[in-house]
Design a protein around this ligand. Structure first.
Ligand code: GUN
Length: 297
């Protein structure tokens, strides 16, 4: 292995320390304690783990945490009522509705009901529009924001002119990732399952972001020598003879690490950064709502 393994855990810990210090300052100077509300509908095991971690890390950063766990058969109207209540609660500065929602609920309708100022996921059309307009007040989705921070570290803050290939076009990762890279002066290609000659295209990438949800789809010979590889995949794969599932990324790590200059591992890469960015977004949202300046990256 030649590649530098990007330490998402350490980068996330750094960011969480900055967030905690900023929360302390806001409480001391402005009597403002940022609060995050998380809504979880149903019993999806992966979502339960995420929500538990979010709650714990919110409290550790000195913020208020509000958890709303609703049964899987909760109606859309009840969810919309809860969102409305959180929109008008002055102790809540950030609202996150964990996705996916059960099939009988219209996800976009729920997202559209969140006050854009409290939309710490950055999924509301007002925020996706602001991001694509390059408006610095946009709330930026947490996963791509975390990826961007790690890339900027790797490139000493300057991504200009790099060819970035984003594999995956989801609203949560692929599309906002492409917008952020474009804003940072990359030449951006968005690839997906219908892209022709995907390995060849990936081989032209200086920055390769894999966000497709297919274990180890990106092979070592898809990676340009010296490229930086960001692996967003978190795939739980059963192992014969073992109870516990293994976590695999979208990139075949061992192969890619012999070719790339730098690569994020799974676990310990993008994952920890996502929650740290959520805490960051909540503090930024609280500052905007109270018209005070925020000292966070
Ligand atoms: N499910 C998977 N990732 C996310 C995320 O970033 N935000 C929300 N709300 N749900 C998710």
């Amino acid at each position: 292995m030649n590649a530098r393994v990007i330490d998402g855990k350490a980068t996330a810990q750094n960011l969480r320390e900055l967030v905690a210090a900023e929360v302390e300052r806001l409480v001391a100077q402005h009597n403002l304690q940022p609060g995050l509300a998380v809504v979880l509908v149903g019993e999806d095991p992966a979502s339960q783990v995420y929500v538990r971690n979010k709650g714990r890390q919110t409290l550790e950063a000195g913020m208020r945490s509000f958890e709303h766990k609703l049964p899987a058969n909760t109606s859309e109207v009840e969810i919309l009522d809860l969102v409305e209540q959180l929109n008008s609660d002055p102790l809540v500065h950030g609202i996150l509705v964990q996705l996916p929602l059960p099939d009988h609920v219209d996800e976009q309708r729920v997202i559209n009901a969140i006050d854009p100022a409290k939309d710490v996921d950055g999924f509301h059309p007002m925020n996706t529009g602001a991001l694509s307009n390059g408006d610095p007040r946009a709330m930026v989705p947490c996963t791509p924001l975390g990826c961007l921070m790690m890339l900027k570290d790797q490139f000493d803050g300057d991504l200009s002119g790099q060819h970035a290939v984003v594999v995956g076009r989801s609203n949560i990762v692929g599309k906002p990732m492409a917008q952020l890279l474009l804003q940072n002066h990359c030449t951006v290609t968005i690839a997906h399952s219908r892209t022709r000659d995907l390995p060849e295209l990936c081989r032209s990438a200086d920055i390769l972001v894999a966000a497709v949800g297919r274990p180890e789809m990106v092979r070592g010979d898809w990676v340009k020598p010296g490229a930086t590889v960001i692996d967003v995949g978190i795939n739980r794969v059963g192992v014969a003879g073992q109870d516990k599932a293994r976590l695999l990324g979208d990139v075949a790590f061992a192969e890619a690490a012999t070719v790339a200059a730098a690569i994020t591992p799974v676990p310990g890469g993008v994952g920890p950064m996502t929650i740290a960015c959520l805490l960051r977004n909540t503090v930024v949202a609280a500052c905007h709502q109270h018209n005070v300046s925020c000292q966070l990256p």
